[in-house]
Design a protein around this ligand. Sequence first.
Ligand code: MSP
Length: 648
Amino acid sequence: MEEKKTYYVTTPIYYPSDNFHVGHCYTTCIADALARYKREKGYDVFFLTGSDEHGQKIEDRAKKAGVSPKEFVDPIIDNAKDLWKQLNISYDKFIRTTDPEHVACVQKIFKRLYDQGDIYKGSYEGWYCTPCESFWTEAQLVDGKCPDCGREVKLMKEEAYFFRLSKYQAQFEEYLNAHRDLMQPESRYNEMMNNFLKPGLKDLCVSRSSVKWGIPVTFDEKQTVYVWIDALSNYISALGYLSDDDSLFKKYWPADLHLIGKEIFRFHTIIWPIMLMALGLPLPKKVYGHGWLTIDGGKISKSKGNYKDPREFIKDYGADTLRYYILSEVPFGSDGNFSELLMVERRNSDLANILGNLVNRTITMTNKYFGGKVHRLKKVTALDKEVMLELNSLAQDVDDKLEALDIPAALKAIFERLSRLNKYIDETMPWVLAKEEQNERLNDVLYLILEGIRICAIELKPFIPDTAEKIFHMLNTKHTSFAYAKVGLGGFEVVEKPEILFERIDEKALKEKLDAEEKAAEEEAKKKEAEEAKKAKQQPQKAEIEIEDFNKIDLIVGKVLECHKHPDADRLLVSKVDLGNGDIRQVVSGIAEYVAPENMVDRKVIVVANLKPVKIRGVESHGMLLVGEDEELINIITSTCAIGTKVR
Ligand code: MSP
């Protein structure tokens, strides 16, 4: 017997968060759609998701809550699992980095790399806050002080282990040359080449002695494994790598697809492959770095008031509305805007009008004219032939688009066919055929529409599974698999009463409701701001200064010409800023978490121009960008003044 082909797809493992938002649903929905699609195609699929639970932040939050880190994360993970259930996410395994099997696997990997000389002991340098027991990078400091408690920090070194990334550079580049497919989409390959590989890979710090909530290094009890070796290993620990039972690993590894957001692309396409190379394992076939869902072009954030628990959307509009919108909205590889109003507009136009209406009126007509029963079409007209050709080419079309991981294009192909069927109704006018008692033709027309609906529902199954099931039920058909995705069934006996698939939602009323909510959120934010300002007033301020002190600072409006990620620090962006009069500066800022480098270009910013140049993580920084900062967000202060304007 021929063995089934396997397909292994993963999402990132998520940090435990109280604020899961639609952005988090994005990767998971894509992975789910692909997993469902491949299962339908007969693959033996393994779909992995999970949670990334170690690190200082969790330790701190647990301490604040007065519980152990594990007790702290448990309910958050249950909450995440509940969200995935409500979204119909069909994962095969949910891995937690606190699972004992994962911990054991990571410890073995670390030891193996150490024994073979790929991990060595060195020292890690950073700014240390003694009361918080935390290391900070230069960029994370606020006014040179600890960003958490505001106290003095010291430049300190601690012993740590390093992974020899540099040793594998040549071997990895050679591999990449032969496997350009690894990094998707193509544009990100150039980014990795130019920003990280060409400048030369540096060894990576992979342990900490200052972080206690982590996987202990077995041969050095003072150290814990630092985030990325722990997190990335989940993709193989979940399959039992280095355990007594590694049958899943043998069956599914290497992964066919790691799906991730663009900000963690480097970890997955450089560090992870090199780790695997060092372990002598095959590399994943593809890593796809998708864009972000944004709101008004910015990050989704609780403090911005644009955050809603995705379950609220599911409650109001159903899981399929949310799935459809996020799967069809983000253009291939780039960022896409999320808006509740747009989601509802798309629901009304695509799901209710194009799909729901088509199903509803076709079932109604089939009942009205033939008591719900039609037989196979007998006489094929030129128009029927044209429609049939379009329907019969759908499966291949969807397959091609998904092979290229272009999910919006796959959905578009299906909705084009649905629109074609609506047009076919207008062209054939079944109600006129009924009036003229052209029963044979009427039967053939309804048959072809029902077949079209059935075929489209088969293709829709991976994306909006609940809706597809409802359609199959209404058509009363068992021919719901890809094997039947061509016109050719014997006939239909549909249900008597069609179910409304998507009630239309009143967009005007929703807009009014959302505007009111936004206004209330703004007022709430203003109130909070006023309270905080009051509190801040009561708090000790920085010492008063004379106007001469302020005049020492040269603030100038500049325009960002270029911006890219710091080659060696995730939180930093390196911007080239034009201050006018031929003064072009390079400025390093700790804003990578809050703004994508491409969104910095052309912004007019305010620069502290006479700040002494310093090297930040090996990159020269001459000046500082002014930013506004609250607990969760950093906003870059922009200006409409001309380049070179002095700010006073
Ligand atoms: N724990 C790491 C991943 C380790 S994988 C070995 C992590 N976790 S995360 O919770 O911060 O992010 C998980 C995923 O959610 C990332 O791929 C990230 O890109 C994605 N998203 C978070 N916000 C997003 C949007 N607004 N839009 C789309 N995806 C976004 O990183």
